[in-house]
Structures are given as C-alpha cells and as structure tokens.
Design a binder for this molecule. Structure first.
Ligand code: BGC
Length: 477
C-alpha cells in the first residue's frame, strides 16, 4: 500500500488523533519497521491475537448476581496485595467491553483471548446459574463476532469460586466434578459461537503461588497442598478437553502453560542437575501427563510421590489429545542447587545477576523464548504450539496524550524474531497473542506493573493507545 492509500485507510484512533499523523510525528511510520522480517514471514494463516483475563479486567465483582471468587476474597484481606489494590473495579471491562474490543480491531488483531469468571456464571461454584452472568459473556462474544474478531475463551484463569475454596478448592478431588459441571455448561451454552477453547491458564502459577507459597489466592502453603492442587489440575485439564470435544463440534482445543527457559548458574554438575530439576517443575510437570508421559520423575525423582494421590484409572485420565499447546513466556530462570524441600534448587534473581529486567524483576531474555519453543516442539505428541501470552511490563507514563514505550516495542521485536527463528527451524508455531490488551490488575502486585498495549488511568479509567499498540497496528496491517 502506498502512503496516500494508507492515509485514506487509517481511521481515527480512540484518542481522537489521526493515526497516520501520530505515527509520522513519532517516526513510527517513516522508518518502515526496520526489522528484517514482516508479518508475511510468519505465513498467511498465522494467528495474531491479544489476551486478557476476567479477574484482572472485569471489575463488577459483586454486580448482577456474581458470587465471590478466591481473588475477591484474597484481595479484600489486608496486606495481601501491593498498595491494598483490589480487582473490584479493575479496568471496568464489564461495562467497557464494547470500546475495548473495538481497540482490538483498531490495532489489527484478529483474535481476542479472554477468560470466563466461574463465579459470575455459578455464584456458588455449582448448582444454580446466574442468568445475568451468562448473558454478559454472550454480549462479549457477540461483540467480537460483530466486529470480525474471533473469540478465544479460557475456561479457568485462576478465579475459583470462594464457596468451592471453602471445601478445599483445588486440593479437593471433588474439583474434578465441580470443574466438569462448569465446563459442561459453558461449552453447551457458548459452543455454537465459540470454536477455540483453552481449558486452564498456567496451572503452575495458581498451584505454586496459591497453594505452595501462599502469595496468591487462596493463600495456602505447603508441599502437600501444592501436590494435591497440581494433580487435580492435571485431571481437570484433560477432563475439560474431553468435555469440549464432546460438546463443541469442530472445536480447536488447547490449554496453556507458563514456561521459562532454565539455565544453570555455572557449568558444575550440581548446578546443571539443579537446573534439570527446576525444568521438571517449571516446564514439564503439567504438560507431560497430558501427553501420556506421566509426571517427569526422571527430571525430579521426588515426583514419584505423586502416585500416592492417584485413584484407579488416573494415569489414563490425565491424558488428552490437545489440538494445540498454549505456550506462555515472559522471562528466563537461572538455577543453583539449594536445600529447598522437594526441588533442592533455587533461582538466582536477575537483580543479583545484574541483567536487563522488566518492572516485575523478570529477566528480559528473548533467546530463552527461542529455546523453550524448541524444547516444547520436541515432544512428538505436541501437534501445534500457539503462543497464548508474551509481553512485558514497563513504567509507562502518559505525556501529552501519548505513551512512548520504546522498551516494550523492543521487547516485542526481539521476541517475535526469536519465535520466527524457532518456526523457521521447524517448530510448528501457529499463532502469537500479546499479553495484554490494556493495563490491568497484576495479581499480588496490584496495578503497578503495566502490561497493556493500551494504557489505563486507574482513576479516570481513560484509555490511551501506547506507541507499542500503534507499532502492532502497523506491523499487522
Ligand atoms: C498470567 C497473567 C499475568 C501475566 C503477567 C501470566 O502468568 O497468565 O495473568 O498477568 O503472566 O505476569
């Protein structure tokens, strides 16, 4: 497209600026993406999306019949969240979904990934349904479809109904029945409109941070809780897959994993072994049972104790033939031997190592993205990978109606290049979703870390598209 056509084609942005003027003024357009690659290099069918999650954005925590979730409960407990922040209002996506989905379209993304709030649909987790909650997700889905955006739905992104938590939550094996009831309902309800489903978001995050270290909801601690929560998550992710397959003809089914490339701090045998054990927990614990490989005992012999949790038939029940694996990558981890129970390894923080970090002290390391994609691509039974989250948090400020987030643009350029390298070497990567559409509630860190391509002023709830948002618009056009 020549410049004149492009100018004609560009629409008014939500902040009222002419986008092309903005890009020219900020030199984002004049230098045509000096990248060495373009969208076309990823293939014509490559999927480009942008993601968010219910508790982090919706707000409306007790509106229209919604029940309490573990995150409502946890964030209302003093001292749990930085700055005393809560997701009570979050970005108010509950009321602003129309204009936010318009932003997805404005930035030229074809896919919007979001999650359902379980307790908005089943206020008590099971049993009675909340019709207003059910209708709300119809509205969101319909809005996507009306704008030509494909809705990709995550069934569970950490906001367990509080009533279920009071019965043990993920540590209770009954979770398999509760989760199945919920999944049966949502797939029957929305399955004629939604074909792309992700069962669970990052089981390691809520089982590790929520049941082992107590830093996230529900704030429980200990190996025993962690192991039970992990095993039941593994069962639910496979069982959920089977339910979607049964209820949604032609469904594309995945589930997502947090991944981190692990390097040892040095070349000593003891630290190489520590990195291997850490890899078993970080990158293998949840994916391998779904592939029929069981828990990765070869990487971490301690995992043999997981068998104590098995009921008859579990080995088979943990398996499901996913259409895609959702890979989520943010940072690399460097490991060293330690006395930590079970794992006997610890992380050496990026701060100590003096390397480039994001606002949450995660190391910025695009090479690790390439490496971990290769690692996941090596599993024979993984059919396809979709990067369902990747992004970074930057200290963004609005100056004169603009957010010049150069660091984030660099992060994306480098990570897209790393992904393309893996793809060119034969890893079957089929899509890439940015985390996140807007700045939002970053769990125990509250509103401080900003991950959005769109800035949110949490006092006024005003949205401002960041330079990185304009960058994607141009890249994806
Ligand atoms: C989670 C998101 C979170 C993001 C950034 C991922 O682990 O799925 O909910 O906001 O990382 O920390």
């Amino acid at each position: 497209m020549n410049r004149r056509d492009w100018i004609k084609a560009t629409a008014l942005t939500t902040s009222g600026l002419l986008l092309n003027d903005y890009l020219l003024a900020n030199k984002l357009f004049q230098q045509p993406l000096a990248l060495g690659f373009s969208k076309g290099d990823f293939g014509n069918d490559f999927k480009w999306g942008i993601a968010q999650a219910s508790y982090q954005t919706e707000g409306a925590w007790n509106i229209d019949g919604k029940g309490e979730s573990v995150w409502d409960h946890f964030s209302h407990t003093k001292g749990k969240i930085e700055n005393g922040d809560t997701g009570d209002l979050a970005t108010d996506f509950y009321h602003k979904y129309k204009s936010d989905i318009q932003l997805v379209k404005d930035m030229n993304f074809g896919i919007f990934r979001f999650s359902l709030s379980w307790s908005r649909i089943f206020p008590k987790g099971t049993g009675k349904i909340n019709p207003l909650g059910v209708q709300y997700y119809h509205n969101v889905i319909d809005e996507c479809i009306a704008l030509g955006i494909e809705p990709w739905v995550t069934i569970f992104h950490w906001d367990t109904p509080q009533t279920l938590e009071e019965q043990g939550g993920w540590t209770n094996r009954k979770m398999v029945d509760w989760f199945s009831e919920y999944t049966e309902f949502v797939t029957k309800e929305y399955g004629n409109k939604v074909k792309n489903w992700m069962i669970i978001n990052e089981p390691l995050s809520y089982t590790g941070m929520g049941y082992m270290f107590g830093e996230m909801a529900p704030g429980k601690k200990g190996l025993k809780n962690f192991k039970a929560a992990a095993h039941h998550s593994v069962l639910c992710q496979a069982e959920g897959g089977r339910i979607v397959r049964k209820n949604v003809p032609g469904a594309n089914i995945g589930t997502t994993f947090q991944l981190s490339w692990i390097d040892p701090i040095d070349d000593s045998q003891k630290n190489i072994a520590a990195a291997k054990r850490m890899d078993a927990i970080y990158n293998r614990l949840f994916i391998e049972p779904s592939l029929g490989l069981g828990y990765p005992e070869d990487g971490l012999p301690y995992l043999k104790t997981m068998k104590k949790l098995y009921a008859a038939g579990d080995e088979k029940m943990m398996e499901f033939d996913f259409d895609f694996i959702g890979a989520q990558y943010y940072y690399r981890t460097v490991a060293k031997k330690s006395m930590m129970p079970g794992l006997k390894a610890k992380e050496i923080s990026p701060k100590k190592r003096g390397v480039a970090m994001n606002e949450m002290d995660g190391e910025i390391y695009p090479e690790g993205f390439y490496q971990i994609l290769k690692q996941i691509g090596n599993y024979e039974k993984v059919k396809k990978i979709i990067v369902t989250e990747n992004g970074t948090c930057v200290k963004d400020t609005v100056v004169g109606g603009k957010v010049h987030d150069k660091e984030r643009i660099k992060y994306f350029k480098d990570h897209l290049a790393a992904m393309l390298k893996a793809k060119k070497e034969g890893v079957n990567i089929d899509g890439y979703f940015v985390w996140s559409l807007t700045d939002n509630f970053e769990w125990d860190k509250g509103f401080r870390p900003r991950f959005g391509l769109v800035h949110v002023d949490f006092k006024t709830l005003n949205r401002t598209v960041k330079d990185s948002g304009y960058w994607f618009k141009e890249f994806l056009k």
